[in-house]
Design a protein around this ligand. Sequence first.
Ligand SMILES: *[C@@H]1O[C@H](CO)[C@@H](O)[C@H](O)[C@H]1NC(C)=O
Ligand SMILES: *[C@@H]1O[C@H](CO)[C@@H](O)[C@H](O)[C@H]1NC(C)=O
Ligand SMILES: *[C@@H]1O[C@H](CO)[C@@H](O)[C@H](O)[C@H]1NC(C)=O
Ligand SMILES: *[C@@H]1O[C@H](CO)[C@@H](O)[C@H](O)[C@H]1NC(C)=O
Length: 786
Amino acid sequence: MAPSLLLLLLLLLLISSSSLPAPRRTFLLNSADRPLLHFSPPDVHNTSTLLLSEDTSTLYVGAGDALLSLDVSQTDVIRLKKKVEWRPSDSQINECKYKVRNPTVDCPNLVSVLQPINSTHLYACGSHAFSPHDAFIHTESFSLVEHGDGKARLRCPHSPFRRSTAITHDGELFTATTTDFKGAKPQISRHFSKDGRPDVCQESSASLLQDPEFISSSLDLSERKLYFFFSEVGKEFRFIDELQIARVAQVCKDDVGGLRTLQKKWTSFAKASLICQSPKQLPFNVLQDVFTLPPPEGKNASETLFYGVFTSQWSSGPESAVCAFKLQDIRDVFSGSYLTLNTQTMTWAPRQERRILGQCGLETASDQDLGDVRKSFLTGEGVKPVKNTPLVVSPDQRYSRVVAERVKVVNGKEYTVLFLLTESGFLHKVVLFDGGEQLVEEIQIFTEPQLVKSMVLSSAKGVLYVGTSEGVTAVPVARCSIYSTCSQCILARDPQCGWSRSSRVCKSPTDPHQDIAQDVDHANVSDECQGQTRTITVKEVFVELNEAVRLSCQKPSNLASLTWTSFKDLPQNLFIQPADGSLRFLASPHTFGAYRCEAVDGGYREVVASYDVRQMVSPRSLNVIKSDCQDQDPLTEDPTKTMTRPSGDPETPTMMVHHDFKTDSDHEDKSTVQTSFTDHGSGFTDHGPSSRNRGSSANTTPGRDPQSDALIVKSYHSELVVVSLLMTVFFCALVLGGLHMWRQSKSRKMNPLVSPDDGSKTNQSMESVPSLSSPEDTSPELKVVQ
Ligand SMILES: *[C@@H]1O[C@H](CO)[C@@H](O)[C@H](O)[C@H]1NC(C)=O
Ligand SMILES: *[C@@H]1O[C@H](CO)[C@@H](O)[C@H](O)[C@H]1NC(C)=O
Ligand SMILES: *[C@@H]1O[C@H](CO)[C@@H](O)[C@H](O)[C@H]1NC(C)=O
Ligand SMILES: *[C@@H]1O[C@H](CO)[C@@H](O)[C@H](O)[C@H]1NC(C)=O
């Protein structure tokens, strides 16, 4: 019992240790901090294919019933250059209506192939009312000429919901698609073959592929081979029905077929399994996407990497993984051992080595050799991933698309950055380094689940284009200015961002001579950020007695935890700390004073916000205080600090009356301070961090921050005299009761704010108000501090 429990714990440890950490930053759709560029005119939908021109100034888009050419030469705007409609005719749609279940989604022409075919033309193929059509498009005039050789059904699928893949080289087109109405007949073929050689396809009699879903393709020019990535039913495992297997298949680019056997059929077709599995776990066996990352400049082509997104057939939740495969490993598998299919029993058996399998140049091979090729096309070994294990495992995200790029940092080291699109509409930026990976940020791209989606990256522009049902969204790969401090810039571990010591900003390190601090491997803030500490301006906040005060504090990252400290020894039940990180309380002589919000992130402590809450003395509140309660806040006795409202006539106060005030006793936001206040947002005076970086000198004008409207003082006692009186009585009692304690703590001096490194010293004189929400505590309800 005990050992098995131990094993289980160990297994759980294994799972959690390889899982992706939570994203450091989250940006919801159209967040002002991480702006995106949208191109979504109402007449463009189902953006299924994206193709970036070589000079990266034009983005060609294959969509529903249309092809578009977009000018993306500017970074701040996407402009429509040309649009060509490409719709099935009415009669074609009528014909389609009889064949399909849902004509409105099945019968439009969904463009699934868009490739450059030569220097002047693009090639496109679309489902076209369940009757595939293809066309050439002149790139300059963007005029479309339908192509009429009747072979379009071999080049793209009938159904807009089927996936296929295509790649062009030297005017030749290579496709992998299903070729019939039902999507049951797969075919890998070459079209527009050059130099008089015949078009080549697969032998249809043999069961070379089993209900495949084609995902991606790649060209290995140095070996003159093409690779196709797909999932299919693995017939070699007879013990499980419909077991899905991720595969890579190869054909030789220049294959022309055999002389008698395999005429005009591939003599070089072979397939191998792709293995993506954590130790002691069920495999990730269904392929979702593959991205080809060329080797670093000057490196051998065999260093090419294929990043694959995998899901598992057995997952109950949204789970996925990323595995990388090296071209050299794929080559080794195809030049290794093969299995032979017994066509009678449909079982596979290991075969004796015959070194012709998987090779190019078999056009003149003997019939016997080609007979071997027909039966032995599955490799004995599968392709193992780099590091023998998934690079990324997400237990709670179903990734659907991946794009990768290499980024060189200031010290010359290279990192791989992955952009992963989740089913739920977020883009995850993941940095891979030797010791693991970091989820730098997540950015919401769309809100509704998308059936068609595509991504294309322009490293030169630093922009990722995402195609969805609604159009095209341009996402800058990084926005370093979201990190306002050196520590946040370093802790992000984003190779595309570094801290400029001289200009004290987080920026993209484009100029190698800049004094850029960067430490992607270790994120050692104390090393990198010496002397770069930000001084936080103490924000003075003037409030009236009994006013509900809200001091805001924003977590610098999702992984940070916040702590509020006050220089007074205050009972914690005077405060409410909602999950948004703010601190709420009622203004009273007790609660006037200094407050500081600190964040602990990646082991580093940093002051995020600092406030000095003071009483604003307006004629009315003075009256209340004088008539009913002689104990005044000593602060207000300082004549320089005694102030009246700057704007407005004392006779007709300009104070806003808070009509929403209720004494709603069963409201969730009820505090333990007897008086309950409802959280209608407007009920609290929001002293936001938006003004925290502004000079403190500007804040000497009491009541209203001249540069910010964040400070809106509201009073309700004029409308609610009874409540005010009750409160006053209550606070008098409170003040008298707590005065003793308060005077004691008053004698202690507030230390000046210091750098995060010696923050612990300050803490000795600061009372920690409450423990704040931990990173995972994101529940929307307010937390009543005990
Ligand atoms: C490119 O291909 C198109 C379509 O086959 C053809 O009309 C055109 O002449 C070709 N252009 C060049 C430069 O080969
Ligand atoms: C690349 O590597 C392969 C095997 O690893 C080798 O055979 C080939 O000669 C290399 N090519 C170049 C250009 O270095
Ligand atoms: C095209 O987009 C519409 C919504 O805009 C969606 O209902 C439909 O399913 C999409 N078609 C495909 C093939 O994804
Ligand atoms: C940062 O680097 C310094 C010296 O290089 C080292 O003493 C310290 O332990 C490092 N801190 C972390 C968190 O790695």
